[in-house]
Design a protein around this ligand. Structure first.
Ligand code: IMP
Ligand code: MG
Length: 172
């Protein structure tokens, strides 16, 4: 059995996601942004965020894979792509967590080529110690240490995504 230690409660997460939804609703009040969820980890954050937002929005998904077990690799692969035009649209990339930044670096370059009006980034979690690209993240849920975490969409070998709060995986 894996050993888990809670680091954020469901209430703390809910309050923070509400704040971000309000900020996004304010910043994009004259636009219909496309929220581009990075599967699979962002699905719960995206679902909660969109239900709390007070403006119209559209949702698309992309599926990328950079992790093997609990190790990030530089080799990012596209497993599922969208076919919607992003030209002249405001795009908000929705991430579960930014660790090394490899995934985001890859995705931003790809989106840029599709001539959107703007690209913003919302990430539920950021591990500032490892973000080697120094990306400007427009909306951050929580900054956490570099430990491996699960819950609220994040997995360890596909387990624990359904937990409604956030846990640190302390032993396997
Ligand atoms: P990066 O490319 O290193 O920034 O990692 C991006 C992806 O790795 C995230 O979108 C997650 O899917 C996964 N990941 C990174 N850190 C963790 C973690 O602590 N728990 C679960 N998944 C993680
Ligand atoms: Mg992810």
């Amino acid at each position: 059995m894996d050993k888990l230690k809670q680091i954020l409660t469901a209430k703390e997460i809910d309050e923070r996601v509400s704040d971000i939804a309000n900020q996004i609703s304010h910043d994009f009040e004259n636009s219909t942004p496309i929220l581009l969820g990075v599967l699979k980890g962002s699905y719960i954050f995206l679902a909660d965020l969109t239900r709390k937002m007070k403006i119209e929005s559209e949702v698309e998904f992309v599926r990328l894979k950079s992790y093997n077990g609990n190790t990030s690799t530089n080799n990012v692969k596209i497993l599922y792509d969208f076919n919607k035009s992003l030209e002249e649209r405001d795009i908000i990339i929705i991430e579960d967590i930014i660790d090394t930044g490899n995934t985001l670096n890859f995705l931003c370059k790809k989106i840029q080529e599709l001539n959107p009006r703007s690209i913003s980034i919302a990430s539920f979690l950021v591990k500032p110690e490892s973000n080697k690209f120094r990306f400007k993240i427009d909306y951050i849920g929580f900054e956490i240490p570099s430990d491996f975490v699960v819950g609220y969409g994040l997995d360890f070998n596909e387990k624990y995504r359904n937990l409604d709060s956030l846990f640190c995986l302390i032993s396997k």
